[in-house]
Design a protein around this ligand. Structure first.
Ligand SMILES: [Zn+2]
Length: 462
């Protein structure tokens, strides 16, 4: 499998540490608010990656974190801690806010057929290991204590800028230049543990060798990954905004702790932007799964929209196109529903389409080529049983519910099929006025018939 590796800035053949096993870590949500579809695009990409690896025969061990303690990387962060702010606003405890938005995130993922990893761990549940890691980082000479806080000494870690690539652009984040932190040796250093912070009233604090406090933001991912997946990680994923500083700092901490290279492949999903405007709360145009559903848009039509573009390209979302994809997805599903098993299996034909799908995966997870393989199967002249077999296989990765069975639809389809049969009989008897009447009757119910040489297709227009 060829994938683009942010670490080396090239497409590379993927080789895991242990044959056939992939240790995969994907950064999880910060649970202080609803996820919007831009956030969810990254999780769709990661879901496709996991399922693609499984499709190729790998055993995938995947871990994801939940950022439920302050999203702080620096005492010079301006504004308020996001978790604290949300809790205060809702008059709730932080843990209640975290649980509420974690559940909401899981619901959103379910709607999008995104599989939640078995190990989906809260940062707050991993404090003892985090403290152990920080102690070892200090012992290994990469961390220092200053005014009861612990910082990572960036200058000591020679390959610090390997992942972001361009040192000048990335050196000090904008936020850090706003507020000078006098505790640090160098302004590029980042916090591993806060005891003294300007965020005085943090609700979640723990005892540590450096005082009563809480960890910096980045260390939670290194800790959760290493505790659950061991010393070697195969692929680390996130959105492009995670490259710097989050993943850059994760590498520094993890390798300072382990004393060797940690992860060979980093994959990053690009942003999603709206066609006409930036998605922002202040503009009131933040799209969530709930808002799609309120607008009668099947969340899986959004998944389909994501699959139409490559994960490394920016997706400029045209809402009208998204709406059209609701109809497109229904069309595809209707075509699939019309396939009746005929128990003819010609191994040769079916294998070439399977290879086509695998080639798309191997080509840096090219989802639009995966969709093309699906369309090609539907259009092909292979037997229905082969089509059904292939589409079921493809849908293990695509997860578009191509074989979705729902009771209301089942009834509707039975009705349509009966009507089509009735109409065919009328046509056979040359009773064209009855045939037209049936067509009109269906049209009034938003069901459009289309006659082809072999059969009558239909589309449910919503
Ligand atoms: Zn992370």
């Amino acid at each position: 499998m060829k994938i683009y590796n942010t670490l080396t800035k090239k497409q590379e053949e993927f080789i895991p540490h242990k044959e056939n096993i992939v240790n995969l870590y994907t950064c999880g949500p910060t649970v202080y608010s609803y996820a919007h579809i831009g956030n969810l695009r990254t999780y769709i990409f990661e879901d496709i990656l996991e399922k693609s690896l499984q499709f190729l025969g790998y055993e995938v061990k995947r871990v994801m974190n939940i950022t439920d303690i302050g999203h702080l990387e620096n005492d010079s962060d301006t504004g308020e801690d996001k978790m604290e702010k949300a809790a205060k606003k809702a008059h709730k405890k932080i843990s209640e806010i975290a649980d509420f938005y974690t559940n909401k995130f899981v619901e959103d993922c379910n709607e999008l057929n995104i599989k939640i990893p078995k190990i989906f761990e809260k940062a707050s549940a991993n404090i003892p290991f985090t403290i152990k890691m920080i102690e070892k980082i200090i012992e290994n000479g990469y961390g220092y204590v200053s005014n009861n806080n612990v910082y990572f000494d960036v200058k000591k870690f020679k390959s610090y800028y390997e992942l972001p690539g361009n040192r000048n652009n990335q050196q000090v984040g904008v936020r850090e230049t706003v507020d000078y932190d006098s505790n640090k040796k160098n302004q590029e250093d980042f916090a591993l543990w806060f005891t003294d912070s300007k965020f005085k009233n943090q609700e979640m604090k723990w005892d540590s060798p450096w005082g009563y406090g809480y960890p910096g933001w980045h260390i939670e991912c290194s800790g959760i990954a290493i505790k659950n997946l061991g010393e070697y990680l195969d692929i680390h994923c996130g959105g492009v905004d995670n490259i710097f500083p989050h993943h850059t700092n994760e590498i520094a901490q993890s390798e300072a702790y382990l004393g060797h290279k940690w992860c060979n492949y980093f994959m990053h999903g690009e942003h999603l932007n709206l066609k006409n405007a930036k998605m922002s709360k202040s503009l009131g145009n933040v799209i969530t799964i709930d808002s799609l559903k309120e607008d009668n848009i099947d969340p899986l039509a959004f998944r389909l929209t994501c699959l139409q573009s490559h994960y490394r390209s920016q997706l400029i979302l045209d809402y009208e196109e998204l709406r059209k994809n609701v109809t497109l997805l229904n069309k595809i599903r209707n075509k699939v529903k019309l396939l009746k098993e005929d128990n003819i299996l010609e191994k040769y034909n079916y294998k070439s389409y399977l290879d086509q799908f695998k080639d798309a995966i191997n080509n840096d997870l090219n989802t639009s080529l995966m969709l093309k393989a699906m369309y090609d199967v539907l259009k092909s002249s292979i037997s229905n049983s082969e089509k059904i077999y292939l589409l079921k296989e493809f849908d293990k990765v695509l997860s578009l519910d191509l074989f979705k069975e729902d009771e209301i639809d089942e009834q509707l389809i039975k009705y349509i099929e009966e009507k089509i049969e009735e109409r065919n009989l009328a046509k056979k008897n040359k009773d064209y006025s009855l045939a037209d009447k049936i067509r009109e009757e269906l049209k009034e119910k938003n069901i459009v018939l289309k006659d082809t040489k072999e059969e009558t297709l239909y589309e449910i227009v919503r």
